[in-house]
Structure formats: C-alpha cells, structure tokens
Design a protein around this ligand. Structure first.
Ligand code: RAM
Length: 329
C-alpha cells in the first residue's frame, strides 16, 4: 500500500512539473553551424519564443553550408512533426522539393536571410533592401580604394541566394560611369568556412599583385580575409570590407586591415523571423501581397508580390563605434 501511494505521489509531482500544454516546435535551420551570425540569430529566436510562450525553438543546420545537408535535415524535421521551419537556404532551388513536401504536411515554412524560390516557402524575410546592400558594398570599396583600382569579391558558397543577389546588385552599381575606375577582377568562394576563405584570400594576393581591396559579403569571409591581410603584412596595401560582425571585426579595424564594414542586427533578424512564422502558424498571415506582418518589438513587415519583406538599412561600423557594438553581436 505504502509503495503504491509513493508511486502515485511521484506521478502527480511529474504531472505538475509538465507545462499545461505542449509548445509547438519551430525549427530554425541555418546555412551551417558554428557561424557567429547564426548564433546571434538563434539568440533572437529564443527571445521571440520566450515572448510568444506557445513555441519552442529547435536550432539546427549542417556542419558545412551545403543544400544536401539541409535537405537531410528538412526531411528529418518532417518526420519529427515540427509545426514550422524557418530556413536560411544554401541554394534557392535545391531545397524547394523537400520544403514543398513539408508544406503539404501542414508545416509552415518561411525563409530568412538567404531565401528559397517562392514555391518553396510562404515568405522570405530579407535583412535589408538588396539594392541598398549592393550599393553599400560598392561605396565602401570606393572609400578605401579611391576612384581607380582592382577589387575582388570573396563570397560564401557559389549557390548562396543572398550573396549572389548582393553581388549582382553591387555589379550594377559598379557598371555606372562614376565607378568606371573600379575593376572587379575576380569573385571567389570561401564557402563560409574560415580556412577555405583564408586560402582563397591568399590566392587573390598571388593572382592579383595590384589588388587594392577584398569585398566579402559574408561575416565568415570578411574575418578570414582580414586575418590573411594581417598575417601576410599587407595592411595598408590591401583593404578588406564587406559584411561583418562587430564582435569578430573589432581587432581587424584596430589592425588597420579594415576601415569600415556594414551589417544589420542578426539578433533582430532571428527574432523577427520567429514572429513572422508565428503569424502563419496562427493563421493571421497567409502570404498575400500587401499583407502586414507583426515582428514584435522590431515593428512590422509588408509582403511584396514575391512574398518578400525587408527589414532595416545596413549599418556601417568603423573605429568610432565598432567596440561598442562588439559587446552585442
Ligand atoms: C554569413 C552568412 C549569412 C550572411 C552573413 C552576412 O554569416 O553567409 O548568410 O547573411 O554572412
């Protein structure tokens, strides 16, 4: 009798410890794990989940930034019955079939940061306006190079949706008469891996002895290129610019390898993505043109005809402010 009572009490205690309802699972699928940019986005996602109360975040991604790795993950998330997938895609096309399958099973899918084609998601949340980012990259290059000189791009993976769009926008700006002196000599890919990005930067030094700047529209690439410039004693000869995290770039600004770089707040991006997908989970968003989606403390986003919405303008960092923001992301 005694032991039976003990068991009942234990079962009761366990039942009381469980939440009154099971939180819905949202999977945040990033390009690859170990990238500080996505760690910051994850931080924001957790903040949103805490506010929303009825969801929990599964943070996942492949070891290397490949579409194949993400497809495997998406398939296993379908099997796990997650309620939503928020993905930064390694390829605009390759993920579409598995994401479509997820949506057919009732899973709400949105992309953020690096998008997938319209048919593979309900919306794409861009960190900023793509044309603005392209212009920013061209302007920052001109600031360190001057009116004439050779520049090269060190990108992430060759299939990355976001980097390819930004490079395309940057090329449009460089094609304008006022930029005719800036010569884009090469675009190389470090695959968002530090060691490969570092080697690609070294390769550029060798192939282009007159190179004046490396523009890296990736937080992994810009940090690796700046380190290569420092290690090979090319500070003052080759400047590095692009999109970076203040926490990873402060030392490189100090060394002089980097004068300025830009980025948006990755914490806010992750936070906003969870709010956006939550609206689809609750049925208040459907993905139609003109729909206004609440992004919690960040504000609102309006969907365009492609189901895309953009957040804030990229912010520029240099010696005057990098230390302050390095403490945040
Ligand atoms: C890297 C990733 C990410 C991109 C940033 C700027 O961390 O490629 O997708 O948005 O750089």
């Amino acid at each position: 009798m005694k032991s039976r009572f003990a068991l009942t009490a234990a079962a009761l205690a366990l039942a009381l410890a469980q939440p009154a309802f099971a939180a819905d699972k949202i999977a945040l699928v990033v390009k690859s794990l170990g990238n500080g940019f996505f760690d910051a986005a994850h931080q924001g996602a957790l903040e949103a989940a805490k506010e929303l109360k009825d969801v929990e975040i599964i943070y996942t991604g492949p070891a290397k930034a490949t579409a194949e790795g993400q497809i495997e993950i998406v398939n296993s998330l379908i099997a796990q019955n997650v309620k939503a997938i928020v993905i930064s895609a390694n390829d605009p096309d390759a993920l579409v079939p598995s994401l479509k399958k997820a949506m057919q099973r009732g899973i709400k899918v949105i992309s953020f940061d690096s998008g997938v084609k319209k048919e593979g998601r309900l919306m794409q949340l861009n960190p900023s306006n793509n044309a603005l980012i392209g212009e920013k990259l061209a302007k920052m290059s001109e600031q360190v190079v001057g009116k004439t000189g050779e520049i090269a791009v060190l990108s992430a993976t060759a299939q990355a949706t976001n980097q390819n769009i930004w490079i395309g926008e940057m090329k449009k700006v460089l094609a304008k008469p006022e930029y005719s002196g800036l010569k884009l000599v090469s675009v190389v890919y470090g695959d968002d891996q530090t060691d490969k990005s570092y080697r690609e930067a070294q390769g550029l030094f060798k192939s282009y002895p007159n190179l004046k700047a490396i523009v890296a529209p990736t937080t992994v690439g810009i940090a690796a290129a700046a380190k290569a410039v420092q290690d090979e004693k090319k500070v003052g000869q080759i400047f590095v610019t692009g999109l970076g995290l203040p926490s990873e770039m402060a030392g490189h600004v100090k060394s002089g390898a980097v004068k300025s770089f830009a980025i948006w707040n990755p914490i806010d991006l992750g936070y906003s993505s969870i709010h956006a997908v939550h609206a689809f989970m609750k049925g208040t968003a459907k993905g139609a043109k003109g729909e206004v989606i609440s992004l919690g403390r960040v504000g609102k986003a309006t969907l365009d005809e492609n189901g895309e919405a953009a957040m804030a303008e990229p912010f520029t960092y240099d010696a005057t402010n990098v230390e302050k923001f390095a403490k945040i992301f």
